[in-house]
Design a protein around this ligand. Structure first.
Ligand SMILES: Nc1nc2c(ncn2[C@@H]2O[C@H](COP(=O)(O)OP(=O)(O)O)[C@@H](O)[C@H]2O)c(=O)[nH]1
Ligand SMILES: [Mg+2]
Length: 267
């Protein structure tokens, strides 16, 4: 078994599947692949089974219905952690995340817990993306940074490598997001858990085959959740401030008692 598992969630990706799996296997990353298919009506699951039958580095997890990107990844993480992989990688099926970056990302895991493929750091880029998607992505990262008080440039990207031991430090059962907001959710939890997170520049290329599953409800879920987490964070900060203030008088009272002793020792 290879030490790295690349998890590829699929929903109606039949024209992309063989191509993306082949590129991962040829990337030089010595990785296994897990396709997590949500019962795609276009037969992606059957294509993945056929690949798995001819190459034992390829595995397939079939789920019965379209339950969102986050739910698919959580199932994939469970699968990979149960089998003892050292590193788990998230990758879209549509070719937007170039498998050729894998060796470099996995190498970065030597000193980090989570490596984010980032479009919005110097050296990062997007190709063939409609302007409205770029604005949504840049705007989403900007809003998330402000709401959560974090300095990550690309908070919503979906090309990531996790050290398994670090992923185990996050309570994955608590992850509530099911849609694309899952990416921000997991990043936020990773940072709160004190994981060492690093961004590495990637070029993201918009898909050529098939259609995007991005939807208004996915955007709404993200906006609502990030706003809520941001408010909770500010609420917690406020509570801490109040508690610290209320402690101040007692600190002053105790220093009262300390002072005579100090006077004695200095004379
Ligand atoms: N298993 C599963 N995969 C999904 C689901 N929604 C999206 N995906 C996959 O997630 C990846 C990213 O989706 P895509 O539609 O390309 O999103 P975009 O790049 O933001 O437009 C692709 O591999 C999709 O097939 C889902 O509900 N279940
Ligand atoms: Mg895509």
């Amino acid at each position: 078994m290879n030490e790295t598992l690349v998890i590829i969630p699929t929903y109606n990706e039949r024209d992309n599947l063989d191509w993306i799996v082949g590129r991962v296997l040829a990337s030089g990353a010595r990785a296994d692949v897990l396709v997590v298919d949500d019962g795609s009506p276009d037969g992606t699951g059957a294509l993945a089974d056929a690949y798995a039958a001819r190459d034992d580095r390829v595995h397939v997890l079939h789920r019965t219905e379209k339950a969102g990107l986050g739910a698919a990844y959580l199932a994939g993480f469970d699968w990979g952690l149960a089998r003892g992989y050292d590193a788990l990688v998230e990758m879209d099926a549509d070719g937007s995340h170039h498998p050729e970056y894998l060796p470099e990302m996995i190498e970065l895991l030597a000193d980090n817990d989570l490596v984010l493929g980032s479009r919005w750091v110097p050296g990062g880029a997007v190709e063939n993306w409609p302007l409205h998607r770029e604005l949504l992505s840049r705007g989403g990262s900007w809003y998330t940074r402000g709401a959560l008080g974090i300095s990550v440039a690309d908070t919503t990207g979906g090309y990531r490598a996790f050290r398994s031991s670090a992923l185990r430090r996050i309570d994955l059962e608590q992850v509530e997001s099911r849609g694309y907001c899952f990416q921000v959710d997991l990043l936020w939890r990773a940072l709160q858990a004190g994981l060492r997170v690093v961004e590495t520049p990637i070029t993201f290329t918009e898909r050529v085959h098939g259609t995007s599953k991005m939807s208004g409800s996915i955007v709404r879920e993200s906006l609502t959740k990030v706003t809520l987490w941001g408010l909770r964070r500010r609420g917690r900060a406020l509570v801490e401030l109040v508690v610290r203030h209320r402690r101040l008088p007692s600190v002053r009272a105790s220093s009262h008692r300390v002072r005579p002793a100090r006077t004695l020792t200095t004379h």
